[in-house]
Design a protein around this ligand. Structure first.
Ligand code: GN1
Ligand code: MG
Length: 364
């Protein structure tokens, strides 16, 4: 069976076979593979779920189902229009299952495509404000999710202590023999390790709560409509319990960087404080009412932490010989590591100003 027939066969596990079905690659995720499907005049997103990373696909899909059903109910109660563009809709298989497992062992899911939507890799302060409101609202809507806490789709996903432990094991093993050239960077990571594990300590002391987080608040995980209004938050694989400072920080890491995540030119990279401020104001407009003082006080720190964490994660993968993230060229993970580290340095230089902006936004 060729690739196109294989994909069609998968799609027809979910929807009725139609001769007029087109399937094309979509998006730029680092983990899953995505395709846009057009069949019988309807549009869908087909995704192969990376089950080496998301090891329990049934629980993962159940999380997404719970989250989207809960949000849908809230939107209905608020009388919101065009709900199908404002929350993701999973399409079950003909047997009523939320995923399809191929005989090869690959897992697939299908969702409705959100029509006339776009995402940005680069935004302006006004769009950042709207994105901030959207992620604040997302956390607020999920605050009263009924039932057990969500399943941790990747255990210790944003746990800095665990990430550092893995990093240190990789450094020790030096599997790909890449360590010699990067010893300085290992020292930079270690110098900051104590500070960066602070949230885990505050959590153990009972001071910092876990809430339902998105855990992948990249700027391009927000869909906007034709008038640049927010439609919907997407990429729900990692929605799970976490610290709000993580979600705040990951948006700043991706949305307030004047360069790219994998910029080869460090001079392009710095924090854009106007975008930082837009996001902080939008986020706090919806979230200030349920956050504690300690949480608000650590939002700006979250930007440093998530950038540090991403530096460590790309670096670990480079040292391991590129086993986790998709790469486009041989030293891609090292370029990403250096680019994230440059952003971290800029965040450190601007930290006092960022802290002032957050505290000011929380008061207004
Ligand atoms: C991965 O696949 P994507 O781009 O949604 C990663 C995130 C990282 C991000 C770095 C499950 O997200 O945690 O922050 O790359 N997702 C997973 O760009 O590891
Ligand atoms: Mg993701």
């Amino acid at each position: 069976m060729n690739d196109s027939d294989r994909l069609k066969n998968i799609v027809f596990q979910f929807i009725n076979p139609d001769d007029n079905t087109e399937i094309k690659p979509l998006g730029k995720g680092h983990i899953n593979d995505s395709f846009k499907v057009v069949s019988n005049e309807k549009e869908y997103v087909l995704q192969r779920i990376n089950h080496h990373i998301f090891k329990n696909v049934p629980e993962l899909q159940q999380n997404i189902f719970r989250v989207t059903s809960h949000i849908r109910k809230k939107l209905e109660a608020q009388g919101v229009t065009e709900i199908d563009r404002k929350v993701l809709t999973l399409v079950p298989t003909h047997d009523g299952v939320l995923f399809y497992k191929e005989s090869s062992g690959d897992y697939w899911r299908l969702m409705d495509f959100i029509s006339q939507s776009k995402s940005y890799d680069e935004i302006n302060p006004e769009l950042a404000y709207r994105a901030g409101m959207a992620f604040g609202d997302f956390q607020k809507m999920l605050a009263d999710l009924p039932g057990d806490p969500l399943f941790e789709t990747i255990p210790d996903f944003h746990n800095m202590e665990a990430r550092l432990e893995t990093f240190r094991q990789s450094v020790k093993a030096d599997k790909a023999g890449r360590l010699k050239e990067v010893a300085d960077l290992v020292n930079e990571i270690e110098e900051r390790a104590g500070e960066m594990c602070k949230p885990e300590r505050m959590h153990r002391e009972g001071r910092l709560p876990k809430r339902t987080n998105h855990c992948d608040t990249k700027v391009n995980n927000i869909l906007f409509d034709e008038n640049d209004q927010v439609l919907c938050v997407v990429d729900l694989d990692t929605v799970m319990p976490g610290y709000v400072l993580s979600d705040f920080g990951d948006f700043i890491r991706t949305g307030a960087n004047t360069g790219a995540e994998d910029d080869k030119n460090p001079d392009n990279i710095s924090v854009d404080l106007a975008i930082f401020e837009g996001y902080a104001r939008g986020y706090l407009k919806n979230a200030a009412s349920f956050l504690t003082e300690l949480e608000i006080d650590h939002l700006a720190f979250g930007a440093k932490l998530l950038t540090y964490m991403q530096t460590v994660r790309f670096f670990t993968d480079y040292i391991d010989g590129d086993t986790y993230y998709k790469i486009a060229y041989p030293d891609h993970n090292l370029v990403r590591t250096k680019a994230q580290f440059k952003l971290l340095q800029s965040l450190e230089e601007n930290f006092d100003e960022m802290q002032r902006i957050v505290l000011d936004a929380a008061r207004n």
